[in-house]
Design a protein around this ligand. Structure first.
Ligand code: BDR
Ligand code: CA
Length: 317
């Protein structure tokens, strides 16, 4: 069983990652925090509770609104051309009985959960690292309570997606990621090196529709609609048509089935300044590297296995 704390900026790919985790028999989600990114932190929470409801899993998972600004600077606004105005491909999800929490700060909630389950929790981040960095700043001892952290973000060898060298989740808050990299936690980075190679195609969506269980039908119908919007955004971003890279879902799959990616450990920091390189992950292969901690980077992936793993949870009644 993988016990998880998840941090999201619920856009289309976050929502698919959440639906996978919610439906996975070996995953227990103890809490979800949100931050700005694809949408603002409140909209991300709103989307998250509606996705939980849509999953038909009857799970009551606390969803806590977190940081609406990066550590430095300001959030640039929603990424509507990829995720829609509402973050979920402009699909209107029903408002159910669940609500999100604003009575506690995300960093306090994360720490509370880690104290409750010391060394048991895998933190999966699908957005910026702001909430985690704020927890580490406020509770430095919290890092010892974390089992491991799997994050979607960054790139080592592949080109960036918001600049020549930076990926959105890191570029959105480079200082936060750098602080998290320095903690010494067991961190696995699932970045563009592997997510761009893991393509969901129209045929996969059709497969999900054909084989999904009755219970999962609403979730699969939602994914079909949201993915239409998202695939179009991916096409505009110069990817090939009729498919999209699986960013957040691959990170989530790798958190549950680590052997799906091959990792390489490197000492790494994040560039926090510069005209072209802000948000770039800098790994140092020299014998005497810069002051940094070892981070595990996913550099290869069994993409077919990852997609089959993702889809298979929707067959379950
Ligand atoms: C990452 O940025 C967001 O748009 C996606 O949800 C994903 O987490 C990809 O660069
Ligand atoms: Ca995301």
């Amino acid at each position: 069983m993988v016990k998880m704390l998840i941090d999201v900026d619920t856009g289309v790919d976050d929502s698919i990652a959440l639906l996978y985790a919610l439906n996975h028999p070996e995953v227990e989600i103890v809490g979800i925090t949100t931050g700005c990114g694809n949408v603002d932190a409140v909209q991300a929470a709103e989307n998250t509770v509606r996705i939980i409801e849509l999953s038909n899993t009857k799970k009551e998972i606390p969803v806590v609104v977190g940081a609406n600004q990066p550590l430095n600077g300001t959030w640039e606004g929603p990424v509507a051309w990829i995720h829609g105005e509402n973050g979920v491909g402009n699909v209107l999800l029903e408002k159910g009985n669940f609500s999100y929490r604003t009575d506690i700060k995300a960093e306090d909630f994360l720490y509370e959960m880690l104290q409750k389950y010391p060394q048991e929790l895998t933190i999966v981040t699908l957005g910026r690292l702001t909430n985690i960095a704020m927890m580490v700043q406020k509770y430095p001892e919290s890092t010892k309570l974390v089992k491991n952290l799997v994050m979607m973000g960054g790139t080592v060898n592949a080109p960036g997606n918001v600049s020549p060298v930076a990926e959105a989740n890191i570029a959105g808050d480079p200082e936060a990621c750098d602080q998290v990299f320095l903690t010494g936690m067991d961190i696995t980075v699932v970045g563009l090196d592997v997510t761009l190679k893991t393509r969901l195609r129209k045929k996969h969506v059709e497969q999900m529709e054909t084989y999904c269980s009755e219970r999962c039908k609403p979730a699969v119908q939602y994914m079909k609609k949201a993915l239409e919007y998202y695939m179009n955004g991916s096409r505009v971003q110069n990817y090939t048509p009729d498919n999209c890279p699986l960013h957040d879902p691959l990170a989530m799959v790798a958190a549950v089935v680590p052997s799906i990616v091959k990792i390489q450990k490197r000492k790494a920091r994040v560039e926090c300044s510069g005209t072209y390189c802000r948000g770039m992950i800098v790994t140092d292969l020299r014998e005497k590297p810069i002051e940094a901690e070892y981070i595990s980077f996913a550099l290869e992936v069994d993409a077919e296995r990852a997609i089959n793993e993702l889809m298979s949870v929707f067959w379950r009644e």
